[in-house]
Design a protein around this ligand. Structure first.
Ligand code: SF4
Length: 483
């Protein structure tokens, strides 16, 4: 077995020099495809799948192409269309591929942490792509190091790789299930081991993973979100269940629960912000959830107004729902520059204020002289909201009523999402009235937890960042580099 890593793009220093966004940041997206015969489009399909998952990670991207056990990895820093040469991919033959897009914090953003990760084992060559974050990675890493393991990355995903390699003599199924009961936290994994494609979801199903099949073929696809199935012409078959281990090879499918449990705790923020509105996760339509949040908001704290405006892009669907329920006209009151990436570190307050204008520009003809209901998905630090409300007033808004399609974000995430520290979260320090004054709104309201539960259909969701009650206890404070 052989692995070839091609470094295509150096680190994009500008993109790397980011300041933490005003939003929470997703950590990763995974994609995989398997066919029993060699096909000519497997690498290009992985490229397309990662393209559809680009919103889940913009720091690095990678694809491992498998040709009946021979694995070749191409990865680099940057966006999917920067890392890969499409012409080159289109000429690669193989029967399977796995892919990964990664978001990471600035300090850990380097090529060595880009995925898929690779290792040789007695089970065959292993390529692994991981979405999520382990909460016991430090302890496991220490134990492995004391046992002689050598790590090349600072990523918790390499802990999984080492555990798998160490258990390889137990046989494939036992090695994976033992590893998955040893690690704790959030993990949606796709792996190539020899010529087998493996999918695993953590026992609570915190991070999403779904299975699809390309119409009229025997080609199976796995992806973090169903929007990545659409782009390669695959139908959504089902979600991988919490605690499920799925093995696909030339003999067919094998699936079993390595962690029998009836509990689940899917991340509620996937529906609020991270996932694309054209995705369906665990049977719930993301668009419908966001639209319903807007409808509930319209009833929670009604206000007289002239126009409803959504903050592009993630506040728009909730704003449409608010407008439909309240009967107040929806208008595009903010225009977003399509070509603006993430926020950069800017040295002065005036430059930072200008940066918000680069990203979002108010439509004076929609706003001037109007009482505006501004809808966004969530409020993290409050700094961007404050600037946006100021921009709307400068554009002539007579009143600005701010509505959030999620509950107050009060606490950190330990399961693979980069939220600010608790001290930086405005809702952990201030009451609703205090936040309202701080950001300069005329009124403010957040979706209540009880209404969010009604929309999602129950309490079997992680709400840790809203309630500080997490579905997993005994979380290590310090986190490895997440993925
Ligand atoms: S803490 Fe929040 S962001 Fe993290 S998994 Fe739970 S709901 Fe999702």
């Amino acid at each position: 077995m052989q692995n070839k890593t091609i470094k295509i793009h150096p680190i994009n220093n500008l993109r790397n020099a980011v300041t933490p966004s005003h939003k929470m940041e997703e950590e990763c997206g995974v994609f995989a495809m398997y066919d029993t015969k060699q096909i000519d489009n497997v690498a290009y399909a992985a490229y397309c799948g990662l393209f559809a998952l680009q919103h889940r990670g913009q720091e690095s991207a990678g694809i491992t192409i498998a040709n009946f056990g021979h694995l070749e990895t191409i990865k680099g820093m940057g966006l999917v269309n920067e890392v890969f040469n499409v012409d080159e991919l289109a000429h690669k033959m193989g029967n399977a591929a796995i892919g990964h897009v990664r978001y990471s914090t600035t300090g850990s953003s380097n090529l060595v942490n880009a995925q898929p990760l690779f290792a040789q084992s007695v089970m065959g060559a292993i390529a692994l792509a991981h979405n999520g974050n382990l909460v016991n990675a430090n302890q496991l890493r220490h134990e492995l190091e004391m046992d002689g393991a050598i790590f090349q990355t600072s990523s918790d995903s390499e802990v999984i790789l080492n555990l798998l390699a160490k258990r390889a003599k137990l046989g494939l199924e036992k090695a994976i299930s033992d590893t998955c009961t040893t690690i704790r936290g959030a993990f949606a994994l796709v792996m190539m081991i020899g010529n087998k494609l493996i999918a695993v979801r953590d026992p609570l199903g915190i991070r999403p993973l779904c299975l699809g099949k390309i119409r009229g073929t025997e080609t199976h696809v796995l992806a973090s979100e169903s929007c990545a199935l659409d782009i390669v012409g695959a139908d959504l078959v089902r979600d991988i269940e919490p605690g499920e281990l799925l093995i696909i090879d030339e003999t067919g499918f094998k699936s079993f629960k390595y962690a029998p449990t009836n509990e689940r705790a899917s991340c509620s923020f996937e529906y609020i912000y991270f996932s694309r509105p054209d995705s369906i996760l665990d049977g719930l339509d993301v668009y419908h959830v966001r639209e319903s949040a807007g409808r509930y908001l319209a009833h929670q704290k009604p206000v007289e107004a002239d126009v409803v405006v959504g903050v592009p892009d993630s506040g728009i669907v909730a704003a449409i729902g608010y407008s439909e329920e309240s009967g107040i006209q929806y208008s595009m009151g903010l225009v977003r520059s399509k070509y603006m990436g993430r926020s950069f570190i800017l040295p002065s307050q005036s430059l930072r204020e200008q940066a918000v204008k680069l990203k979002l520009n108010p439509m004076r003809k929609v706003i001037a002289g109007k009482r505006v209901i501004l809808v966004d998905d969530s409020l993290v630090r409050g700094t961007t909201a404050k600037k946006l409300i100021k921009l709307l007033r400068e554009a002539g808004a007579t009143e600005v009523h701010f509505r959030l399609a999620s509950p107050m974000v009060k606490s950190e995430c330990y399961f693979g999402v980069d939220i600010s520290s608790k001290e930086e979260l405005i809702a952990s320090r201030m009451s609703v009235d205090e936040i309202c004054r701080e950001i300069g709104a005329d009124s403010l309201d957040f979706l209540s937890i009880s209404n969010q539960r009604k929309i999602l259909g129950g309490e079997q969701f992680c709400e840790g960042c809203f309630t500080a009650t997490y579905p997993i206890k005994d979380i290590e404070n310090h986190q490895e580099d997440k993925c």
